[in-house]
Design a protein around this ligand. Structure first.
Ligand code: PLP
Length: 495
């Protein structure tokens, strides 16, 4: 079997693509990276005229190089047939002189659907390929978006169960309703008395409980995770960078071979890293514009070469970007350092012990060749939403607005005329309260009422999956204490 992947921290720890998907994280705590990425070129001309699924088959075939061609096709078909509300899966919309790539037409109206729709199929395929039998139990702690997208992705997928914990009182009304009404015979949801950190710590404890894991294994069951460091989440995200480019060529905005920029609202650095992979695979990319909110660790990092998490944590109106340690950045460090695993290990140890590290001058120069960093705070986010709606009739969500404004700042600062695509990561209706506030000022009503009002005023359609959420049947109402989480997993595993 080809072992194309290795740990960012140790070249001796190797894995095939399917093993990397199953393991999630390497045994030494490093992330799996493809060593010879630059040898896997994709020809743009070969993609012209092709649709999302065909492009996905080509990209996934290159990156998941131990998957048989037929398996890749089957995974793509299962993930994207009739699951997205748009034929194109990720349509490209022109707004003024710019383009917005809408990644939110999946079953939960969040960009995480793109990867989480296919991850379960990649996992079960990997399971088979490695001659394993039994059941995979996915365990997730969520602050809102990931949990629902994972539930929808794994819903009724043969050979899997999905268990989600969220903090009681720590998610929005819409997010809570989304999870409480989840369908599927293999889905299990429990809110915990505590905050997100408590939920996450509880899940980690279960993962590292050897005795418990042994017990599960006796019954042919293993625990796994669906978080964004899994190769099976990263690789599917490369696809839409290529597809956005092909759509621009189709629209005759650019010719095949011209360069483009991408602006990405960034949290854990997974989405934008997929853009870096696309460039490595041969996509003509000029700049990757990395957009942050008040938690602007990445902005400072790109500017100075110093990554420093020792700072205040802000709760913002773009909560999915409220992150101080962007896990996937470790993969970029690996490539920027010329695949220097020892150096990556050192930097990660420094991050652990001191909360900060500094990259070399050479790495910093390479970083700035490919990336531009910007940050946008609340007041400007609200202003951007209002102005973009008034000027173009286009309604941005709070995360996408951060990227949109960063793109404008970049253009003003650099005078760069390259065609630019802003990645839109959520429907405005997922963050109704703040979007409504941007247009009409603060409101008292509950989120469902505001959704209706926002629709009446803007005429922007509410996604089907968010409509009538409050009248759907409640299927999950478990609440437990942190020390009861294991019991909940056991009962789920026995069903
Ligand atoms: C997860 C998420 C992001 C951040 O993406 P990363 O891959 O973690 O950088 C941005 N916007 C929304 C709406 C998200 O759900």
């Amino acid at each position: 079997m080809v072992k194309s992947y290795e740990s960012t921290r140790n070249p001796e720890i190797r894995a095939s693509a399917s093993e990397a998907v199953l393991k999630g994280i390497a045994d030494d705590g490093g992330l799996y990276v493809m060593r010879d990425l630059e040898d896997k070129k994709v020809s743009i001309n070969e993609l012209l005229g092709k649709g999302y699924k065909e492009i996905a088959e080509i990209i996934l075939g290159k990156m998941l190089d131990d998957f048989p061609e037929e398996k890749v096709k089957e995974c793509v078909r299962n993930a994207y047939t009739n699951k997205f509300s748009r034929e194109e899966i990720t349509p490209l919309i022109q707004v003024g002189d710019n383009f917005i790539l809408e990644l939110f037409h999946g079953p939960t109206s969040a960009f995480k659907d793109v990867a989480l729709s296919i991850l379960p199929h990649l996992m079960t395929a990997s399971y088979e390929m490695n001659n394993m039998k039994g059941e995979v139990i996915i365990l997730t702690a969520t602050s809102g978006d990931t949990g629902k997208a994972a539930l929808e992705g794994f819903k009724d997928v043969e050979g899997t169960k999905i268990v989600v914990f969220y903090p009681e009182g720590g998610v929005s009304q819409v997010q809570k309703a989304q999870m409480a009404t989840q369908e599927g015979k293999n889905t299990f949801v429990c809110s915990i008395i505590g905050n997100f950190d408590d939920a996450q710590t509880g899940v980690k404890k279960i993962f590292t409980n050897e005795e418990f894991n042994k017990e599960l294994l006796k019954n042919n069951k293993v625990l796994s995770s669906a978080n964004s460091i899994n190769v099976g989440r990263l690789v599917p995200q490369i696809v839409y960078y290529f597809y956005a480019y092909i759509q621009l060529v189709d629209k005759k905005v650019i010719s095949s071979g011209d360069k483009v920029n991408f602006a990405v609202p960034t949290g854990n650095f997974g989405n934008i890293l997929a853009g870096y992979y696309a460039k490595a695979l041969g996509l003509p990319v000029n700049k990757l514009i990395c957009a942050s909110n008040e938690n602007n660790v990445l902005y400072d990092f790109i500017k100075t070469g110093v990554y420093n998490r020792n700072r205040e944590f802000y709760k913002t109106i773009s909560p999915s970007m409220d992150i101080l340690v962007s896990s996937n950045l470790e993969r970029l460090l690996y490539y920027l350092s010329g695949k220097n695993n020892a150096l990556v290990k050192e930097l990660m140890e420094e991050l652990n012990s001191k909360g900060k590290y500094e990259i070399t001058q050479d790495m910093w120069q390479l970083l700035n060749k490919d990336f531009y960093g910007g940050c946008v705070f609340k007041e400007d986010v609200l202003k951007t939403i209002k102005e973009t709606f008034e000027k173009y009739g286009y309604l941005l969500d709070t995360h996408t607005a951060v990227a949109y404004k960063t793109m404008e700042d970049y253009k003003k600062e650099t005078k760069d005329k390259t065609a630019t695509i802003v990645l839109s990561t959520a429907s405005p209706y997922k963050f109704t309260r703040s979007v409504y506030q941007a247009l009409y000022g603060e409101a008292e009503e509950d989120e469902f009422t505001l959704m209706e009002k926002l629709f009446k005023n803007t005429k922007v359609e509410i996604p089907e999956n968010l409509k009538n959420l409050q009248t759907k049947e409640i299927r999950h109402s478990h609440v437990c204490k942190v020390d009861e989480m294991k019991k909940f997993v056991i009962s789920a595993s026995e069903k």
